[in-house]
Design a protein around this ligand. Structure first.
Ligand SMILES: O=C[C@H](O)COP(=O)(O)O
Length: 290
C-alpha cells in the first residue's frame, strides 16, 4: 500500500500565498485584458461543461435542456461545448440526446454534493451512472476529512472510486470554498492527483463560496508540482458561479499563466456552468461585430 503522507511531504506550498496575491493583482490582471478576444471566448465555450443540477430537474426538462443546447449552438454557429453535466439518473437521457455530436455525457455522482454516505453507495452510484451512459464522472471529496487531515482515508476512497471509473474521465471536486486555507486546498489537490483523478474541480456550486481566482491559483500550482514529479497532466475544472464571459477568461488566463497553453483545451481545462452560455454567446457576437 502506498501512503499519501509520504507523497505530500515531497511538495511545498510555502510562500505560495504571498506570490499568489502579488501575481493575481499584477501580471495576471494585465494578461486578462490581452486575453479577452474571440479566440479565447470560443475556447471557453469549447471547454464548457454545460450544467443543470437542480432539484426540479426531470426526464423531460433534461431532454429539453439538451435539445435547447443543440439548437443554440446551431443557431449561433457556435463550437460544441465539452460536455453536458447532470445528476446521474439522467445519464441515459443526455447520452441519447447528444447522439451524433462529440459532446460528452458527464454526471455528478458519489453522493453529490456532500459526499456524505457509505463508500459502497458512492461506488455503486458511479457504476450505475457509467452503465447508463456516463462518459465523465464528477465526485466530491469528503471535505471534513481534509479539514481534519485524515488524508489517507480520503486517498484510499478516491482510489476505489478511480478503480470503478477506470474507463471514464474522473473529476474530483474539492469544494474549495469550504476548505478555505492554502494548505487544505493544496493538499486536497495533490491527494486527488495521486489517487488518479483526470481533473480536479473547484466546487459543486452548492455552497456559499465557489470558484475563486485564489483557489484556482493554488490548484494550478499543485497540478504544476504534480506534473513535475509524475509527468502526468491533471486537468482543472472551474465550477460554481461562473456566469460572465469576463470571469471565464480570468480563469483561463490564470491556468495559462501557471500551467501554460498545453492545458488550454477540453482535455485539461473545463468550466462547469449553468448560467454562462448566454453571456459568452453575446460577447462572442459583440467582439465579432467590432
Ligand atoms: O459543476 C458545476 C456547477 O454545479 C455549476 O454551478 P453553477 O450552477 O453555479 O454554474
Amino acid at each position: 500500500m502506498e501512503y499519501i503522507g509520504e507523497e505530500l511531504a515531497t511538495h511545498s506550498w510555502t510562500n505560495l500565498e504571498d506570490r499568489m496575491q502579488f501575481e493575481l493583482d499584477g501580471v495576471v490582471e494585465k494578461e486578462i485584458k490581452q486575453a479577452y478576444n474571440v479566440e479565447n471566448l470560443e475556447l471557453c465555450m469549447s471547454c464548457m461543461d454545460y450544467t443543470t443540477l437542480k432539484v426540479t430537474d426531470t426526464d423531460k426538462s433534461v431532454q429539453n435542456f439538451v435539445a435547447d443546447l443543440l439548437k443554440k449552438l446551431k443557431k449561433n454557429s457556435l463550437k460544441e461545448v465539452a460536455a453536458v453535466c447532470v445528476f446521474p439518473n439522467f445519464a441515459s437521457i443526455v447520452r441519447e440526446g447528444l447522439k451524433g455530436s462529440n459532446i460528452q455525457t458527464a454526471v455528478v455522482a458519489g453522493s453529490f454534493p456532500f459526499s456524505q454516505t457509505f463508500t459502497e453507495i458512492k461506488l455503486d452510484e458511479c457504476k450505475m451512472a457509467i452503465a447508463a451512459g456516463a462518459q465523465e464522472v464528477d465526485v466530491v471529496v469528503t471535505v471534513g476529512d481534509i479539514l481534519e487531515k485524515n488524508y489517507e482515508k480520503v486517498y484510499q476512497e478516491l482510489k476505489l472510486i478511480r478503480e470503478v471509473c477506470r474507463e471514464v474521465r474522473l473529476k474530483v471536486i474539492l469544494e474549495t470554498g469550504e476548505l478555505k486555507d492554502v494548505e487544505s486546498i493544496f493538499n486536497a489537490s495533490l491527494i486527488a492527483a495521486y489517487a488518479g483523478a483526470d481533473f480536479i474541480k473547484t466546487s459543486t456550486g452548492k455552497v456559499p463560496v465557489n470558484a475563486t481566482p485564489e483557489s484556482v491559483y493554488i490548484m494550478c500550482e499543485a497540478i504544476k508540482q504534480y506534473y513535475a514529479t509524475s509527468g502526468r497532466r491533471v486537468g482543472l475544472k472551474v465550477a460554481g458561479g461562473v456566469s460572465k464571459a469576463q470571469n471565464a477568461v480570468r480563469y483561463l488566463t490564470i491556468v495559462n499563466h501557471i500551467l501554460g497553453k498545453e492545458w488550454l483545451s477540453p482535455h485539461y481545462f473545463r468550466i462547469g456552468a449553468s448560467q454562462l452560455m448566454d453571456d459568452l454567446t453575446k460577447e462572442i457576437k459583440a467582439l465579432e461585430n467590432n
